[in-house]
Design a protein around this ligand. Structure first.
Ligand code: PBG
Length: 332
């Protein structure tokens, strides 16, 4: 669409910016609590929480406190919460068997949240990195991250999450064929309504650093994730990945990270028109918080502005560590 602009002074584009009421009237995009998914970190213990040093304001919480946090999030109107386990090193192995233990941290947290806050949707992460002795999302055989054997493990992992009550399965591993394999297994086991939000366009990004600290994977990770996560220079490839994941049965798709990849969000939404999400990742959160803590930026304002940017780029929602704070500000 080509904008029509009458010659000055017939057209004065400042007319529609003259007051807060008029600006509200003509505003095209807005942010609401309905747009938020809150990622949280789960640890073992009881009544225990500890701060994540590289993510000021973010906690690792024991299962009982995760349930309490989910209750608070539901009361704020946040529609979904996403679980990431901080797994004890003693449970990390080469075969990653803890990933499909029905009583692992993530699965216990799903059940506790379903008890405490049945109305909030629970999303899970499907990837082997929290359970892998070498920190990779897939099995490593002779230095190679092997695809097909990893997919079999991911299917087992996704099934125990669905059995524990997860509403949305979030494969973040970037293996080929995992969406189709997980969808088939979910259907076979009667989980017809379990949704898949595919991390379809996930880039090999340096913005994940603080997250890897938060889940205790930084020390374990050997090498990089460049043979499975996407090259940051590519855009057409993101469209192929999204199309492929939709064809395999994904209900919703994600672009990750968020702020440096808004062009991909816009292109994905325009190309496919499906529910599209962005993940404002740990490094994006950390940089905004760090600048705010130094007094260099107005923390609340840049938070809301950054989240609105995702809506303008075409996203239906955002995974953000700011979710509870944003929800409180939006309600005020
Ligand atoms: N499967 C791992 C996973 N799931 C979500 C994130 C990153 C989230 C963030 O940085 O906030 C990562 C990190 C990675 O791929 O190394």
């Amino acid at each position: 669409m080509k904008p029509t602009v009458a010659p000055f002074p017939s057209s004065r584009l400042r007319r529609t910016r003259q007051s807060s009421a008029i600006r509200a009237l003509v505003r095209s995009n807005s942010l609401s609590v309905d747009d938020l998914i809150w990622p949280v970190f789960v640890r073992d213990g009881k009544d225990t929480e500890e701060p994540v040093p590289s993510m000021p304001g973010v906690m690792r919480r024991s299962v009982d406190l995760i349930a309490k946090a989910a209750r608070e999030a539901a009361d704020l109107g946040i529609p979904a919460i996403c679980l990431f386990p901080y797994t004890d090193t003693s449970l990390k192995t080469e075969d990653c068997a803890e990933a499909w233990n029905p009583d692992n941290l993530c699965n216990r947290a799903i059940r506790a949240i379903k008890d405490a806050a049945p109305e909030i949707a629970v999303m899970t992460d499907v990837a082997l990195d929290p359970y892998n002795i070498n920190g990779h999302d897939g099995y490593v055989v002779d230095g190679e991250i092997v695809n097909d054997a990893t997919v079999e493990a991911l299917v087992k992992m996704a099934l125990t999450q669905a059995e524990s009550g997860a509403d949305i399965i979030g494969p973040s591993d970037m293996m080929d064929g995992r969406i189709g394999a997980i969808r088939k297994a979910l259907e076979q086991d009667g989980h017809h309504n379990v949704m898949i939000l595919s991390y379809a366009a996930k880039y090999a990004s340096s913005f994940y650093g603080p997250f890897r600290d938060a889940v205790g994977a930084s020390g374990a990770l050997s090498g990089d994730k460049n043979t499975y996560q996407m090259d940051p220079g590519n855009s057409d490839e993101a469209m192929r990945l999204i199309e492929r994941d939709l064809a395999e049965g994904a209900d919703m798709v994600m672009v990750k990270p968020g702020m440096p990849y808004l062009d991909i969000c816009r292109r994905a939404k325009e190309t496919f028109g499906v529910p599209t999400f962005a993940y404002q990742v740990s490094g994006e959160y950390a940089m905004l918080q760090a600048a705010a803590q130094n007094g260099w930026l107005d923390g609340e304002k840049v938070m809301l502005e950054s989240l609105l940017g995702f809506k303008r780029a075409g996203c239906d929602g955002i995974l953000t560590y700011f979710a509870p704070e944003a929800a409180r500000l939006l309600a005020a």
